[in-house]
Design a binder for this molecule. Sequence first.
Ligand SMILES: NC(=O)c1ccc[n+]([C@@H]2O[C@H](COP(=O)([O-])OP(=O)(O)OC[C@H]3O[C@@H](n4cnc5c(N)ncnc54)[C@H](O)[C@@H]3O)[C@@H](O)[C@H]2O)c1
Length: 266
Amino acid sequence: MAKNILEGKRGIVFGALDEHSIAWKVAEMAKEEGAKFTLTNAPIAMRMGKINDLAASCNAEIIPADATSMEDLENLISKSVEILGGPLDFILHSIGMSPNVRKQRPYTDLNYDYFQKTLDVSALSLHKVMQTAFKLDAINDWGSVVALTYIAGQRTFPDYSDMAEAKATLESIARSFGYHYGNKRNVRVNTISQSPTATTAGTGVKGFGDFISFADKMSPLGNASAEDCASYCIAMFSDYTRYVTMQNLYHDGGFSMMGVSGDALK
Ligand SMILES: NC(=O)c1ccc[n+]([C@@H]2O[C@H](COP(=O)([O-])OP(=O)(O)OC[C@H]3O[C@@H](n4cnc5c(N)ncnc54)[C@H](O)[C@@H]3O)[C@@H](O)[C@H]2O)c1
């Protein structure tokens, strides 16, 4: 099915933890579509070692970086440009983590140090990545930055906790930076709002099992898979979507437009 639509393009893929990760599927598909890229994740995530398998199959180098550290990001971006042989054409931001969710703190009893960590890792990191790339002038004209988000940025999903605030901030950063990077280099910046998906980050949310099946019943097309999300990311990195920017793009089988569905009512 591959059509080489990323032939000659260079990029960075953040967030491939294991074979369930959305970023993992994006990396595999980017490779099939002819792209060259580096892989990155937090140094602590490297301990699982799985990313080495992905790197081998994609012929990609791994550059560890904590996405909250400006120093790590400068090193990552400048090394990627060097290794790949020129400025970047795409970046995937596929990063999310809330200590409050992990430790099951109720929304009405949040730990604010954790809350700041949630915002830093899951939202400000997108600004840090783009600010670093902007200053290093590391993205080519008509490049594309995609970050993954969830509809809890607009509507209330109680168990998503402070990740809802992080997603709202992430989407706002995409719009605001989309303006500045669009003016500078015609770089487009978008968020893709994905269906609930069974990954490490996804299943960490309380009640995920019931919720994923509810979302499936609410969506006329059913939940979108990680593979289909990867296809959408690839389309957004390609030259077929050059004038799409500053958008929050739903990839959810129709969930976001539903009020009620027969299946969910049953
Ligand atoms: N799974 C879902 O239901 C779902 C739905 C909508 C959106 N998303 C979003 O998709 C993105 C990817 O998540 P996923 O579902 O593939 O889960 P995942 O757990 O496989 O990926 C999350 C990644 O974030 C990385 N990460 C955490 N802290 C980091 C840091 N400080 N620096 C660098 N990387 C760090 C993790 O190591 C991991 O690779 C996230 O933004 C998530 O919120 C997921």
